[in-house]
Design a protein around this ligand. Structure first.
Ligand SMILES: Nc1nc2c(ncn2[C@@H]2O[C@H](COP(=O)(O)OP(=O)(O)O)[C@@H](O)[C@H]2O)c(=O)[nH]1
Ligand SMILES: [Mg+2]
Length: 293
């Protein structure tokens, strides 16, 4: 008998186009259920990939980051913090609105620290084209560390390519456990992690950090586990809010220049001229001179 179908989760900020892409990919093969214990819709569908691979596609609620402010966002966090739970995906398609890329990459950056294979799908290709917005996809893919493609949930452009890339992603051997993070750990996090590692085998360092941030509400933790996490928190001086800010700022600092450098300025010549003029005008010494000229 075939093994269980691989689970693929669609994840992204609200309004990035997840549901549109979900519909494009699954057509009529959809089921709507509930996440256990809460009244949040869980949409699943069957995805047929090249090579006769069938996969289960899950349309998760939208989320901005792993620091949830709503029931929907909490669901995303609890599905992804605990390896092996019912909603834990084998691969992730991260949907980002290409016209708002800098804003949409925070959650992507956090996802990368889970060690789940992830594909970066830049949605709203039609809008980007109208606006003359272009990215160097190879550069983005290489610097952000994920296969990247452009698509449109509205026109359906890119869906075949997405399926081909997904099949390739699933065929890759698992890269092994992730033992580092996309950001520099604070001393407090560095102290916390080793205290939890043997109690939570299979968790990545970032998942352990998330346990500490969300110990108060994560529903799958036993009383004993909560105690162990609380103890590690007080032993390491872990500060929830302060470390959220520290982590978030570092992630923005990491991906913002990557996005800017991969964005092709419209019309090479004129853009680079304007750029240079900009540089000159804002230059402390030459600016005033050029202005006078
Ligand atoms: N122009 C354009 N609009 C899109 C595209 N994908 C989704 N939308 C629209 O963006 C809005 C949000 O899409 P939806 O799929 O509901 O996003 P979700 O919140 O991530 O599930 C809807 O009005 C869609 O019709 C696209 O590729 N191009
Ligand atoms: Mg939706």
């Amino acid at each position: 008998m075939p093994e269980q179908e691989p689970k693929i989760a669609l994840i992204g900020n609200p309004n990035s186009g997840k549901t549109s892409i979900f519909n494009q990919l699954t057509g009529l093969q959809q089921k709507v259920g509930n996440f256990p214990g809460v009244t949040v819709d869980k949409k699943t569908g069957t995805l047929e990939l090249p090579g006769g691979i069938r996969a289960e596609l899950i349309d998760l609620p939208g989320a901005y980051s792993f620091y949830p402010t709503s029931k929907d966002e909490k669901l995303v966090v609890q599905s992804l913090v605990q390896p092996g739970n019912d909603n834990y995906p084998d691969a992730i398609v991260y949907i980002a609105d290409v016209t708002k890329l800098e804003k949409h990459l925070l959650l992507f950056s956090q996802l990368k620290d889970l060690g789940i294979p992830v594909l970066l799908a830049l949605n709203m290709a039609d809008v980007a084209e109208q606006e003359g917005l272009q990215y160097d996809l190879d550069k983005l893919s290489q610097k952000l560390g994920a296969p990247t493609l452009l698509l449109s949930g509205r026109s359906g452009e890119g869906m075949t390519q997405l399926k081909t890339m997904l099949a390739a992603l699933l065929a890759q051997p698992a890269s092994g456990p992730v033992d580092s993070t996309q950001y520099r750990l604070s001393p407090e996090e560095a102290k916390l992690i080793p205290q939890l590692q043997d109690k939570f085998p299979g968790y990545t360092p970032y998942q352990l950090v998330l346990l500490a941030h969300h110990v108060k509400w994560l529903p799958f933790l036993s009383p004993l586990q909560k105690e162990q996490i609380e103890e590690a928190i007080s032993n390491s001086g872990f500060q929830d809010l302060q470390l959220q800010v520290y982590e978030t700022m570092q992630r923005y600092d990491q991906f913002t220049p990557i996005v800017q450098q991969a964005r092709d300025k419209d019309g090479d010549q004129s853009a680079s001229f304007t750029d240079r003029l900009d540089d000159l005008l804002t230059n402390r010494f030459f600016g005033p001179v050029v202005f006078l000229a």
